[in-house]
Design a protein around this ligand. Structure first.
Ligand SMILES: [Zn+2]
Length: 243
């Protein structure tokens, strides 16, 4: 009886550990990643995944209104559909990161496949936007065997989040409230300006939430930094405007 209990407990423990290794925001067992920025400055970072989409330019307008620079983890397939939008993101001074070519789930996939997906997105971003990202975010936050090696080979640092907005299922008020509650120095928010590989996805709740969140956090004394900036101990150097 005791033996059975221990076995069940250890299996449950192993399963929980495996799930954490694959999905935990601060897990680094399968692949190294960052999930929060420096706590030495009153700064937060907005990151947007799955774009570019048909709504990304609306989001750029909101960010521009407050002189906020953000990080966009884009998918190669969406860049191929909307290359002009991806170029606008860069031209507006935002950072572009790699979010794979086709937004697959990586659990139970081969190391070779994972490497191909990361490399294909690097090449697409280079071809259409003219830069090679140094940051990467795994689709669905899933880490898997071989991902760490692929990141290393491609010179990519993986960035998770300290707060996920659940913006694919919550309304704008709930998203804004959730993000507001999670505000602290070094916070990295994960929101979306796309929805996997969908055309014309509805990302309006996220954009409306950001419209409320930015002025509120500015009032509370926070600056906004890109993911690369907030991961650096050195404060960002800006020529003008708000951080
Ligand atoms: Zn995604």
């Amino acid at each position: 009886m005791l033996g059975e209990t221990l076995t069940a407990a250890s299996i449950a423990g192993t399963t929980a550990l495996a799930a954490w290794a694959v999905r935990g925001k601060s897990a680094t067992i399968l692949a190294p990643s960052e999930w929060e920025g420096t706590r030495t400055r009153a700064s937060v970072s907005l990151t947007f995944d799955d774009g570019p989409s048909e709504s990304t330019l609306d989001l750029l307008d909101v960010l521009d209104r407050w002189h906020v620079k953000a990080t966009f983890f884009q998918c190669g397939g969406n860049i191929r559909r909307l290359p002009g939008v991806a170029q606008e993101v860069l031209a507006a001074g935002h950072e572009i990161g790699n979010h794979t070519e086709h937004h697959p789930r990586f659990d139970f996939r081969s190391a070779r496949y994972i490497h191909q997906e990361l490399e294909a997105a690097q090449n697409t971003i280079q071809e259409f936007v003219g830069i090679r990202p140094v940051l990467y975010r795994p689709p669905f936050g899933i880490r898997w065997f071989g991902m760490g090696r692929a990141q290393k080979k491609l010179g990519l640092k993986s960035v998770m989040w300290s707060c996920i907005g659940l913006d694919w299922r919550l309304g704008s008020s709930a998203i804004a409230a959730r993000c507001s509650k999670a505000a602290r120095s070094g916070a990295i928010y994960c929101l979306h300006d796309g929805r996997e590989m969908q055309k014309k996805p509805n990302v309006r709740p996220a954009i409306e939430a950001v419209k409320r969140l930015i002025p509120e956090l500015i009032d509370r004394g926070y600056d906004f930094e890109t993911a690369s900036e907030i991961l650096s101990p050195e404060p960002p150097v800006r020529l003008s405007g708000r951080g």
